[in-house]
Structures are given as structure tokens and as C-alpha cells.
Ligand binder design. Sequence first.
Ligand code: ATP
Ligand code: MG
Length: 690
Amino acid sequence: MNRRAGEIPVALRTEADVAAAEPDSEGARVLLVDDDERNLLAVATVLEDLGEVVLARSGEEALRHLLKGEFAVILLDVYMPGMDGYETAQIIRSRDQTKGIPIVFLSAVNKEAEHLLRGYSMGAVDYVFKPVDPIILRSKVAVFVELFEKSKEVERKARHEQALLDANLRANAERLRAEQELRRAEQRQSAIIQSLPMVLYLDPYGASPRRPTYVSGDFEAITGFRLNEIAEDSTLWRDRLHPEDRDRVLAAMEARRKTGRSSIEYRWQCADGSYKHFLDQAVLLKDVDGKPVEFAGTLTDVSEQRSLESQLIQAQKMDAIGKLTGGIAHDFNNLLAAVIGGLSLIERRAVLADDQQRLLGMTKRAAEQGSELVRRLLAFARRQRLEPRAIDLGPLQEAVSDLLSHTLGGLVNLEWRVEDRVWPVFADQSQLELALVNLIINARDAMPDGGTVTLIAENRHVKDEEIPALLAGDYVRLAVRDTGSGISPEHLEQVMEPFFTTKDVGKGSGLGLSMVYGFAKQSDGAFRLESEIGKGTTAELWLPRAPEGAKAKEASEPELSRRELPPLKVLLVDDHPEVRSTTAAVLEDSGHQVFEAANGAEALALLKDRTSDFDLLITDYAMPNLSGTDFLREARLLCPDVPALLITGYAETEMIRDKPEGVETLLKPFTPAALDAAMARVRPSEKVSS
Ligand SMILES: Nc1ncnc2c1ncn2[C@@H]1O[C@H](COP(=O)(O)OP(=O)(O)OP(=O)(O)O)[C@@H](O)[C@H]1O
Ligand SMILES: [Mg+2]
């Protein structure tokens, strides 16, 4: 509140004024308590310039003032009506808030010691006697005012210092919190970077072609190199690029300096010598002036994806080659049937000179070799006729060792490691023997200086997706291991393809592994190769465990002895003219009368004409429009009792499911003797003679 000119400030101020002014009143205040208005005015005037003088006309009013503000000193009249000075002093002293304020009694009478003592015991610090000597009063009050102001000053300073201290503490705490936050953020960031399946890097813009200044933690784990090894050696990165990728990658690195970004995939040789596929992507970082500074990028190891992709492509390729090979082999099989049949006929019918006989023999052997080749191709194409049975590996071991006894030579030693109680496998015995012989001969060929071929047989339980191409279940792993030359990674993908061979012309046909591969697949097993150049190769054949109660191979059936068949009337159906006429010739050669039909419809027409005239129906299986089995079914309607023989290729045996009862099959290519035997099976001589 502003003081107006000429006004006596103290006397006119009300309690409310004081209360409102108190929060910002800085100076010392004096509380003057007296019931006499004149005294109040007189004393107030004396003290006016020492500070603000607050007036109270009774003890009660004084106490009210004391509730609201601080005072440097209280001047208290001893005698007042109602509550006197002593009582007022006692109450002031009894309150915590006010007990420290000095009290000076104003007293007109009673200067006796007894009164003075009472006053002091009530809390007075001094006495001033009325009539008041202004100089004494002023100087006494001035002491208290000064004391009050000093103590206020000290308090203010202390508060100020405390405030500074608090601010400092707060700032420190704030900084500490910020630092902790930063550290936490850094830890989080580095944890993220560490666990990313990729490397982050920084490449200076000018470095040629690559000398990173930073790589994230996984780099060493992935590549086997430390940052400084790459950063300090200016050619290391370039030198370890795969030779086939190098030019392309270096061109891309050059281009990224212009475009500001790059995304390249390449093979790179790690410290352990193996190549990994990396996806390398980067963007250019510039400074505030737009000047290029460095490339920030990521290096991702995509080797596994690429390997899965190439496995898939490889499997698809093998499948496609298999289909193609199977188709070709099937056609060749038909032709060879005609060739072998024809040759046999010539042999039987013609009287040949010695050199002609030799020539014929050579031609026949060549045709038989062709037939063997076709058989292997069909095996690769998974189109051979298999007769899977339970096979015990003990006897198999003997059979294979016998087969190889003359082949391995003195330098190569064959060692069997067959697990105790190895399960019987479910497969075609002769094909399994052949597969093992193929693998062992490959192993021998890989060790020209000799060594040991180890054949391991062990039980394995395969979980789902543990081995690609194998369903979960029990298998026997047959591994043929050598310590020979090994197969290079580029060749490893190709060796199972038919006709891939590194052997000299005439030494290898390149069909061995193809056959094993096809056999494993067709037997619901798997075949894989592991190899390291210079260290050796392990070829693994996984075959399913034979189901409980599966039939073991019976003692081989005695060859049906050729029976003399009386001349028969034969209806021969084949859409292939050469094959048909060769077969007809063979039949005629044995004294039979042959009627030829080029397809099912033609044959049915013949049957309708001469019902019951025929003694035997011989038909090819694979024919357009009407298959052999379809034809036989219709033929049975016309002549239910006539025996029949179905001729099939290896490929078709799987497909023939609806063969009419009592019909025998004969596999192509066949010899005249095989044809005779098959005819004897469907047409026993006693039945014929009846
Ligand atoms: N154990 C092995 N060690 C090293 N190389 C091998 C091994 N097995 C196979 N190979 C390589 O794989 C190629 C193909 O083998 P595959 O058995 O299919 O045909 P091949 O042995 O050449 O001829 P064949 O038809 O007579 O078996 C071989 O020429 C050889 O280069
Ligand atoms: Mg081979």
C-alpha cells in the first residue's frame, strides 16, 4: 500500500491493511500496545522513522496482529483494562510463533523490584518508564529493530544460498538423469545392432574401394575378420570377392559414388576360406553443405536363402531331367526290344558263317549294353520295376563283398561298420546291391593310391523336416566314405545328373550316381553327398526301415523250365510296327500262327470275326486310345476263356493297376526264351493239349 503525503502512516492503518501489506513488507515492524490514544500517538511519532509502527489498543488486538505478521519488538503497556500487559506477555511467550519477539514493558508506576521481576519473569527484556524519554525509547527500539533486520538479512542470505544450492542440486540431478537416459538409449541401440542378423557399416566416400571406419559387432562372427584387418589392408576386400562376381561388384561400387545408393549381392570369401552370399546395401550420407561424407550400409548374410533356393532349383532340375530321360529311355526300350528280338531271330533261323556269327554276337552285345544303359536311365527317372522287401544287412554285406572281391584291387580296403541290431531296410535287394557297388567303385576310383572305403550302416530316427525330402520316421543310413580326391563345390551339384562324369571316355558313363539317386527316391529314401576337395567324400543312402512283418526275399524262384508248347493261334496287338513284326517273327519261329493287329479296335474286330479261334492273346500295354488292359477287358467279354499276356515297359508297371485276372505280364525288352516262358505260364501245356 502506498503511503499518501502528510499522513501519519501508522496510526491510521487498520488490521486489514496490515494483513494485505504483510506478504511484501520488508522493513521491521514495531507493535505498540497501549489503551491510551495519546500515548500511542506520542510513541508512534517518536519511532516513526525506525520502521512501521503497528498500533493496538488492547492485549487482544495485539494478539490478533501477532497472528498475522512478524515484529521486531513489542512495546507493551503494563496497565490496560481487561487483559493487562503481564497476561498479554504470558500468552505471547506461550506461543511458538511469537515467543522469540522481544517485549519492552511501558510502565508509569511500580518501579519496585518486585514488579520489575514479575515483568521479567513474564518475558520482558526491558522496561521503559513513562513519561517516556524519546531518546532512550528510540535508542532501545533501534537496537531491536537493527537486530531484527540483521537476523532477517542472515535469513534471507541463508534462503538465497539454499535456493542456489537447491538449483545446483536440481541441475546435477537433471544432468545425471539425462546421462543415464543417454546410456540406456545407447545400450538399447547397441543391443539392437548386435542382435540384428546383419552388419551395419560406415565406408568413407573417398576410400578405394572399401575401407570401413565402423562395422557393427557381428562382422567378425560372420566373416572371421576384424575391422582393422579390413580397414588397414586396401586390397583385402576386393581380393576376397568371388572371381565371377568381382567385376560386377566393383562396377556397382563405382556407380554408387554417382547414384548415392547401391544394392548388390555377391559371394565373398571369409577367413575360413568358405564363400558366403552377402546382400550389401548402402546409401550416401552428406554433411550440412551437401558434401558427400560416407556410405552407411548393411551387409546381410543370405547364404542360407541362396542355398535353399539352389537346392530347390537343383531338385526341380533333377526332376525335369528325370522326366526327359524317362521319356527317351522308354522309347529306346521299345526299339531295343525290336533289335534284340530281331537279332535272336536271325540267330535262330539263319545258318551263319563264323565271321557272320561273330558280327551278330557283337551286335547283340552292343544291343544288350544299350539295354543296360536304358535300365540305368530308367532307374534314374524312378521308372524301374522295384520289388521292395525287407532286407537284412548281414547277408547283404556278404553279397556286396562277393560282387566286389575282384574289382577293388589290392590297394583299396573295404571296411564295414554295421551297427548292432541294425534294422532291416525296405528296398529292392538287387538294386540296393547295385547302388552300393556303384558307390564303392566311385570311392575306389577317387583313391588311385589306395586307402580304405568305409561302409557304415546305422539306425536313425528322422524328425519332420530334418532331412529335406524325407518324411519323419525310422531310416537306416548307409554311408560310403572314402578319403579320396573329393568333389569340388561346383561339381557337387552336377554329379547326380545323368552322363556327368569326370572319368575318361569309356571309363565312366556318368550314370552311377544318377541311378543311386533315382533308386533312393523311388524307394522313399534319400541320397546325399558330402565332400571336401582333398579330404574325401561321404555318400549317404537313407532307406526306410522295413515295416514289422514285411516279407523277406524268398529263396529265388526256380526258373520256369521251358515247356514245349504246341502250335498256337496267337492274336498279337502292338501299335509299334517294328516291335510287332519282330515279336510275330519270334512267335512264328516257334511254330505259332500269328494274327497281327495295330491297335485294340482292330484286334477286337478280328476277335468278333473268329470268336474262340484264338488260343492266346498277346498285347502291348501302352497304346493310344485303347490301352492293353482296356482291350483285354473288352476281349474277355467276347471270349472269356482265352489266356492273355500283357507286354509292358519298366515305366508302365507302376501304372498297371486294373489288369484283368489271370493275365501274365512280360517285361520289355525280352528274349525269345523269356517270351516262351511267359507263354508257358499263361498256357500250361496240359491245358493246351486238352
Ligand atoms: N567318391 C567320389 N569321390 C570323388 N568324386 C566322385 C566320387 N563319386 C563320384 N564322383 C564324381 O562324380 C562323377 C559322377 O559319378 P557317377 O558314379 O555318376 O559316374 P561315373 O562314376 O563317372 O561313371 P559310372 O556311370 O561308371 O558310374 C564321377 O565322374 C566323379 O567325378
Ligand atoms: Mg560311378
